[in-house]
Design a protein around this ligand. Structure first.
Ligand code: DTR
Length: 338
């Protein structure tokens, strides 16, 4: 009898263990570089919620905002080596690494994040650039159009002369061509640079006026509609390969959906952030003349030629990629009414 009872007890323990292993499912770590308040992290938490809901809890996501697991510049390598399963990269922080997708960072006057994000996703799907071969791309999106936020008023392009402004990617070259002094650094290093006076302002999208509280120190905003910044959410390739087919299906279905959700969110939020800045800090907003916007476009033209050289070296037809991007921009601006 004793022997029977001990066998039943052992069977119960093994069943419990098997059940707990089955319950554990998959835990994914997701690294992000800017503070939790900023839109790259807001979209991360939305994605986490959707994945856990759609997999019925089989997949759980542990998020690490604010560079707590990986920072802006070691994100790509950290995901490739498995330090994090998933990471958010701003491709402008990796000069020359993403020649094809940096098309989105050209001065083509995107005025909507939703439009730019849909264009970016479609360009990636059509061309599958080999620059992403070492990772799995889960989704892509852009920042909102980039504007000047500064401690001194920039009422005309002439006011940019000699002004030290934080930026990254193609905007650094455009600022130089406009007579300003671009200072390259990731968003995460910008608060200290502003506090120390290393820069007199920054060029980014208006969400950071509220999310990074830059409205407190940069009381003057100038609508320049400089390029958007492309982002990619990437997963470690071996981790992706290890996932069951039904999980891969959920993550793939979320790709385009998350691009559009983030674009929509940011289009609405940049307007809200600017109004908040006016109400709380009475920031002043300046607009430029059509002639000044034409000058910005002209001063950015040489970037298109340089971009074409990089895409050609990557083995693609640069004119075709550019033509597709502009056609998609027109398509989505009409479809979305933006
Ligand atoms: N302006 C780009 C991208 C960007 C816009 N808003 C945020 C918020 C958090 C991180 C990056 C960004 C940039 O300066 O990196």
């Amino acid at each position: 009898m004793k022997r029977l009872l001990s066998m039943i007890a052992a069977a119960a323990v093994i069943t419990g263990l098997l059940a707990s292993v089955a319950m554990a499912g998959t835990m994914l770590t997701y690294a992000n570089f800017p503070p939790a308040t900023t839109f790259p992290c807001v979209q991360m938490e939305h994605w986490k919620g959707e994945v856990e809901k759609r997999t019925g809890g089989d997949v759980m996501v542990q998020t690490f905002p604010g560079s707590t697991l990986l920072g802006a510049k070691n994100m790509l390598r950290g995901v490739q080596t498995g330090q994090a399963d998933i990471g958010c990269i701003s491709t402008a922080y990796y000069p020359g690494v993403f020649p094809v997708i940096s098309a989105l960072n050209l001065p083509v006057a995107f005025t909507s994040t939703e439009v730019a994000s849909m264009v970016m996703w479609d360009i990636f799907q059509k061309y599958q650039p080999k620059e992403f071969d070492k990772v799995k791309v889960l989704t892509m999106f852009t920042s909102a159009p980039s504007q000047v936020m500064s401690k001194k008023p920039v009422k005309t392009l002439a006011d940019l002369n000699g002004l030290e402004l934080r930026a990254s990617g193609s905007i650094l070259k455009i600022l130089a061509n406009l007579g300003a002094q671009g200072v390259g650094m990731p968003m995460s290093q910008t608060p200290e640079a502003l506090q120390k006076g290393v820069v007199k302002g920054l060029v980014s999208s208006y969400d950071v006026l509220k999310d990074m509280n830059f409205a407190e120190i940069c009381r003057y905003e100038t609508v320049t509609n400089l390029p958007v910044y492309p982002f990619a959410i990437i997963m470690n390739k071996a981790k992706w390969d290890s996932l069951p087919a039904d999980t891969k299906k959920v993550l793939d279905e979320l790709g385009r959906e998350q691009a559009q959700w983030t674009g929509k969110y940011l289009d609405d939020y940049t307007s809200e952030a600017l109004q908040w800045s006016k109400d709380k800090y009475q920031v002043e907003v300046f607009t430029l003349t059509d002639a000044e916007h034409a000058e910005i476009k002209a001063k950015g033209a040489e970037l298109v030629d340089a971009w074409k050289e990089g895409v050609t070296k990557a083995g693609l037809d640069a004119d075709a990629v550019l033509a597709d991007m502009m056609a998609l921009k027109q398509k989505y601006e009409a479809e979305l009414g933006k």
